[in-house]
Design a protein around this ligand. Structure first.
Ligand code: ZN
Length: 288
């Protein structure tokens, strides 16, 4: 199943006979058994009923989905974390040793933005960088997951950006990763939350990051140093996760800071982030 947040309402996205995406309003299609809030589809307890709704839907009866009206599929995550250096290419370009365990930082919920929202780069800060990522959303309470059951806790996968102010991230004496990656709008996600069963191979997702027409990043999650199940195992040994918690799973090589010459985001740049089976986000950079 594919889910989306359409102007604050939870929708199931279905494709009609002509290949056009339609927005099925979950509250109406379930006759009120499920609420209209997007949190409804990130809770795996509701998925059996959502499967029933999906099976009974006549796609053509629902309005054509207007992507411009989409918000973040998980608009207010209880918590958000990001993984640093999780692709060899990015560890190497950063001049760092390959990590032997995941490096985590926080992405606070104020940073979450929609798939077509503007990214606001604060004026006077000239080292704002892009990071294309795959983002996972937990769907049920999880503590002490195993590699074998890790995916069973995940409600869905989406595309994300881990926008970073490198100037702040590496400013001495204390490197403020969490602050530098959690400014308002620094965590766009979307366009859809896609259940793992819907993906051709959930452990081999193609990830592409394009800035103003130039392909900057390209990778496959099969190249992750710590796979999605490995991250779930590692994280849940320390912390309980639950429905709506998000993890940005890391970015591959090609970030602006590591390029020669460096390529930071400029006013008017358009960042396109694509995950296979999920779709493409398009975020404009606005300096203000
Ligand atoms: Zn990142």
């Amino acid at each position: 199943m594919r889910f989306a947040n359409l102007q604050g309402r939870a929708v199931l996205v279905v494709t009609d006979a002509d290949g056009v995406d339609r927005a099925v309003d979950i509250e109406r299609a379930s006759d009120g058994r499920l609420s209209s809030h997007p949190s409804v589809y990130v809770d795996l307890a509701n998925h059996p009923l959502l499967e029933d709704v999906a099976a009974g839907v006549s796609a053509g009866a629902w309005p054509v989905l207007d992507p411009a009206l989409l918000g973040a599929p998980v608009p207010n995550p209880p918590k958000g974390l990001g993984v640093g250096l999780n692709y060899r290419t990015h560890a190497i370009e950063s001049g760092r040793e390959l990590p032997t365990e995941p490096h985590l930082f926080g992405k606070t919920n104020n940073c979450v933005a929609g798939p077509f929202d503007d990214v606001i780069a604060p004026a006077g800060r000239d080292e704002i960088d892009y990071e294309a990522e795959v983002v996972i959303a937990f769907g049920r309470t999880c503590k002490g997951a195993t590699e074998a059951d890790a995916w069973s806790y995940i409600a869905g996968v989406t595309a994300g950006q881990d926008i970073s102010d490198r100037g702040e991230q590496f400013r001495l004496p204390i490197k403020q990763f969490t602050i530098a990656k959690s400014y308002d709008t620094f965590g766009p996600t979307g366009p859809f939350l896609v259940t793992p069963d819907e993906l051709a191979d959930k452990d081999a997702l193609e990830l592409t990051g394009v800035v103003s027409g130039e392909v900057m990043q390209q990778a496959n999650t099969s190249d992750l140093i710590f796979s999605i199940p490995a991250l779930v195992v590692w994280l849940t040994q320390f912390m309980t996760f639950g429905p709506g918690d998000l993890v940005w799973t890391g970015t591959p090589g090609g970030v602006g800071e590591a390029r020669i010459p460096q390529r930071f985001l400029l006013d008017g740049d358009v960042i396109e982030t694509t995950v296979s089976g999920v779709g493409t986000m398009r975020n404009r950079v606005v300096v203000r």
